[in-house]
Design a protein around this ligand. Structure first.
Ligand SMILES: O=C(O)c1ccccc1NCC(=O)[C@H](O)[C@H](O)COP(=O)(O)O
Length: 219
C-alpha cells in the first residue's frame, strides 16, 4: 500500500491548491476555534468544493457535539472525521454510525503507557493518528509542532492502518517513517512560515521528502 501524505490545517484556496497539485492524499481542515488554523463552515464549504475528489477531505474536531458535526457534514462532507479530543471508544462508534464516514482517532503519545488505549480505539476507529501529547497548559491538543519519541511505536502490533504526526517536517519525515513504519504522515506546523500560515515551498518539500521514502522502500 502506498504512503498516505496528509497536509493539515489548510485554510486558503492558494495553499490548498499547492497541496493538491503537489500530490497530498489527504487535506485536513480544522474546526476548533482556539486553533490558528480554524476555519468557518462557509470556508469549509468553499474549500471542500475546491478539492473536487483530488484528495480525501479530513474534518478535524475536538470533542465536538452532534450539532457541530452535523454542520460540518453539511458544509464540507468530509471523507474522514479526525477526532482529536478525549472522545471515548463509544463516542467514536457513535460518530461512525451517525455519519457513515470513516473515523481517524488521534492518540496522544508521550510515554509507552499512552498506547494502552489502542485496543479499544482499534476496535472502533478506521485509522489511528499518533500525535505528540500536548503539554498540560497547551491551548489545543494538537498542531503544536513538537515530535514524540517515535521509538515508542517500534514494536507496535496494530491491525489498523496508522499515521504518525507531531513536529514532522521535510528533514525528519524519512526518519519518522523508518522508525515507526507508519502507513501515513501528517504535518501542520512543519509546513508553515508562521503559526497558521502555510508555506507553498515547505508543503512541496515535505511531500517530496515523504514520497522519496517510498522510492527507497520499493527498491
Ligand atoms: O492543527 C491544529 O491547530 C489542531 C488544533 C486542535 C487539535 C488538533 C490540531 N491539529 C491536528 C493535526 O492533525 C496536526 O496535523 C497534528 O497535530 C500535527 O501537528 P504539527 O505538530 O503542527 O505538525
Amino acid at each position: 500500500m502506498s504512503l498516505l501524505v496528509k497536509i493539515c490545517g489548510l485554510s486558503t484556496r492558494e495553499t490548498l491548491d499547492v497541496a493538491l497539485d503537489a500530490g497530498a492524499d489527504m487535506v485536513g481542515f480544522v474546526f476548533f476555534p482556539p486553533s490558528p488554523r480554524h476555519i468557518s463552515l462557509e470556508a469549509g464549504r468553499d474549500l471542500g468544493r475546491q478539492v473536487k475528489g483530488r484528495a480525501l477531505k479530513v474534518a478535524l474536531t475536538v470533542d465536538a457535539d452532534d450539532a457541530t458535526l452535523d454542520n460540518i457534514m453539511d458544509a464540507l462532507s468530509p471523507d474522514i472525521f479526525q477526532l482529536h479530543g478525549k472522545e471515548s471508544v463509544a463516542r467514536v462508534r457513535d460518530i461512525k454510525q451517525r455519519f457513515g464516514r470513516p473515523v481517524m482517532k488521534a492518540v496522544p503519545v508521550a510515554i509507552a503507557a499512552d498506547l494502552a488505549v489502542l485496543p479499544g480505539y482499534a476496535a472502533a476507529a478506521d485509522r489511528i493518528l499518533f500525535d505528540a501529547r500536548a503539554p498540560k497548559d497547551a491551548t489545543r491538543p494538537g498542531g503544536l509542532g513538537a515530535p514524540f519519541d517515535w521509538h515508542l511505536l517500534e514494536n507496535l502490533d496494530l491491525k489498523l492502518p496508522y499515521m504518525v504526526s507531531g513536529g514532522l517536517h521535510a528533514d525528519n519525515v524519512a526518519e519518522a517513517l523508518r522508525v515507526t513504519r507508519a502507513g501515513g504522515v501528517d504535518v501542520s506546523s512543519g509546513v508553515e512560515s508562521a503559526s497558521g500560515v502555510k508555506d507553498p515551498e515547505m508543503i512541496k518539500a515535505f511531500i517530496r521528502a515523504a514520497r522519496a521514502t517510498q522510492e527507497l522502500s520499493v527498491r
